[in-house]
Design a binder for this molecule. Structure first.
Ligand SMILES: [Zn+2]
Ligand SMILES: [Zn+2]
Length: 262
């Protein structure tokens, strides 16, 4: 699997912050093999425009949604995608409620939707086996269940974690005993103490503890790659500084445009 980070920032980044290079982060999203999009957020077309890759979404066949916060889910993005690609959308029923509110009937008809819930496992038409895990996060929709994902293809396994603090015990039970070729962990809060986002997002010390356990339990070994994403603008230093800070933890901070082979 080849994964490209389309956005690596939390929701406090704005269009006005834009600068070329690694110091600007769009809202969190990733594209695998040009086919599987994780989180159809509002910034993905900005990524394509600035990178001169306006045709990069034409091959999308599957879209999965972690949750419906505005930095991860956009009806306008899905409407635009549906004009250039035939895809199936997988997510909590909250996604469909938003689409029904915000799109016209003929626009909605172009988007095939499958309601998925924690602990469902399914295989997409483009061959990704996806297991839905519950994440410790929340939206204004009291019925919504937010998701992490395990994504498997061609004998490789990826954990995708933005957004959500820590792991729920039932999620860990699904991960325990499995080897992961890569993990993308969320690191919204960095090292800043006292921020109450810790109850729905990770700090770097939380990641350090989790990684010790993943390694001790065999989920990660020396062949595994570990990245963090979803960094808040106000809670992290410059990218170069963060890179240096994370060397002892064995974490590579992602940046917009980073492509990795899994
Ligand atoms: Zn977010
Ligand atoms: Zn969120």
């Amino acid at each position: 699997m080849k994964l490209t980070f389309l956005g690596t920032g939390a929701a406090d980044w704005t269009d006005k912050d834009f600068v070329d290079g690694h110091e600007y982060r769009r809202w969190s999203s990733a594209l695998i093999d040009g086919s599987l999009l994780i989180d159809p957020g509002p910034h993905i077309y900005h990524f394509a425009e600035k990178n001169g890759t306006s045709d990069m979404f034409g091959g999308i066949k599957s879209v999965i949604v972690t949750h419906s916060h505005k930095d991860h889910f956009s009806s306008e993005t899905l409407k635009a995608l549906s004009c250039e690609a035939g895809f199936r959308l997988y997510g909590d029923a909250a996604c469909l409620r938003i689409l029904k509110r915000e799109l016209a009937e003929d626009e909605l008809a172009k988007i095939g939707f499958t309601d998925v819930a924690p602990f469902d496992s399914f295989t997409t038409d483009d061959g990704y086996t996806i297991t839905v895990l519950p994440s410790n996060h929340g939206t204004i929709d009291p019925l919504e269940k937010t998701h992490h994902y395990i994504i498997e293809k061609d004998g490789k396994r990826l954990f995708y974690g933005p957004d959500g603090a820590w792991l729920f015990y039932p999620a860990w039970q699904k991960m325990k005993g499995k080897h992961f070729d890569a993990m993308i962990l969320e690191a919204t809060v960095g090292y800043i103490p006292g921020d109450d986002r810790i109850f729905s997002h990770n700090t770097l010390p939380m990641l350090e503890i989790m990684l010790q356990t993943f390694r001790a339990q065999g989920c990660l070994d020396e062949t595994s790659k570990v990245y963090c994403s979803h960094m808040a603008k106000t809670l992290h230093p410059a990218h170069k500084v963060l890179e240096r800070e994370l060397v002892p933890l064995g974490i590579t901070p992602a940046y917009d445009g980073l492509s990795i082979e899994i």
